[in-house]
Design a protein around this ligand. Structure first.
Ligand code: AHG
Ligand code: MN
Ligand code: MN
Length: 335
């Protein structure tokens, strides 16, 4: 029997009643992100042809300037968000300052978007999974003079968050606070189709994901936890398996489905870690929690951090709840 397929567009419209505010606008914004994701996906799939089409910064055979994929992705998302008219400004990893959307339609726009347009950029050239991460906030007041201060809301205030993974297949996963749903792009029809409804992460798992090359620079707590991960214990299925792609989206996605923990800790040289709160940690933290997982900075819940700047960094411990609890315990005990 043929199964009925639900597309991303159908799903968003069907669930629109769940949104607390500006329902139609949020639906359109999510759909715009889905469209930009398809455009970026098309370019990601061509990335291996760079030798034929020309290196970034060069002129390709059509005589066009070839853009770096992260710059291209940034432009595509900003264009899509701008033309939709629901977004009044964007905070992007690729732009030091806020990008105001100055089209007429955006004058009364009700939403703010934070985005990492291309995550895992060191993997672009080697055909390894990369991603996009986004987070959407409601604009508090249309008269507000300081849009910047509106971006500095806690992660608990997000109204939608998600990521796209450009992997062996392309998926879009998002939440609006009523669980997490995943959609796989069917290239033959060019639609994201519901493939992973109501994702729940396992309570525990046996995967740990951390860049252990930094071991010498880690805090005593994280070092102790990593040693514990490698010990033998049947009950807790240790030693755990080490898996680290170097694309947060891809590492997070695998651990979300299989059970595991991803850590980007503080190091001696980078006391706030590497990852950015607004457009990497907050959106994934909310998705993790909505799927039954946890996200911490090693002490406190990520979503409770009050941001002070757009590109603020934070350590991140994220994944299966039992594993995050244990890692945070080690971190706190061994200061
Ligand atoms: P981006 O490509 O957006 O700058 O993010 C890279 C991030 C993240 O995706 C990844 O998990 C982490 O950097 C890897 O860092 P290390 O190479 O230091 O492990
Ligand atoms: Mn990133
Ligand atoms: Mn990036």
């Amino acid at each position: 029997m043929k199964r009925q397929v639900t597309t991303l567009s159908q799903f968003i419209i069907e669930r629109q009643a769940d949104f607390p505010y500006a329902k139609g606008e949020l639906s359109r914004l999510l759909l715009d992100i889905g469209i930009a994701a398809k455009v970026v996906n098309r370019e990601v799939n061509k990335a291996g042809l760079v030798d034929i089409l020309g290196e970034a910064g060069n002129i390709n055979i059509q005589g066009e300037q070839v853009k770096k994929l992260d710059v291209f992705a940034n432009e595509q998302f900003i264009i899509a968000l701008g033309s939709g008219g629901e977004t009044c400004a964007v905070a992007s990893e690729e732009n030091e300052d806020l990008v105001p959307i100055e089209t007429l339609v955006s004058k009364n726009a009700k939403y703010l978007v934070c985005i990492d347009p291309l995550d895992g950029s060191s993997n672009i050239d080697v055909n390894v999974s990369i991603g996009t991460i986004f987070s959407i906030y409601r604009r508090k007041s249309e008269e507000s003079t300081s849009i910047l201060s509106e971006f500095l809301q806690k992660g608990t205030q997000q109204v939608a968050a998600g990521y796209v993974i450009y992997g062996s297949s392309t998926m879009l996963v998002y939440t609006t606070g009523k669980g997490v749903n995943g959609f796989t792009l069917d290239p033959s029809i060019g639609e994201f189709c519901l493939s992973h409804p109501d994702i729940k992460t396992p309570e525990t798992g046996n995967i740990y994901s951390v860049n252990e090359g930094n071991y010498m620079h880690l805090t005593e707590g994280v070092k102790a936890y990593l040693r514990w991960c490698k010990e033998s214990d049947k009950d807790t299925k240790r030693p755990y398996t080490a898996r680290y792609i170097g694309s947060l989206v891809a590492d997070f996605h695998r651990n979300l489905l299989k059970g595991g923990i991803y850590i980007y800790p503080a190091t001696v040289t980078a006391p706030n870690g590497k990852l950015r709160l607004l457009y990497e940690c907050n959106p994934l933290a909310w998705i993790a929690e909505q799927a039954g997982g946890q996200a911490s900075d090693g002490r406190n819940r990520i979503l409770d951090i009050k941001p002070e700047s757009l590109h603020q960094r934070t350590p991140l411990f994220i994944g299966s709840p039992e594993m995050v609890t244990m890692a945070v315990e080690f971190n706190l005990k061994n200061q």
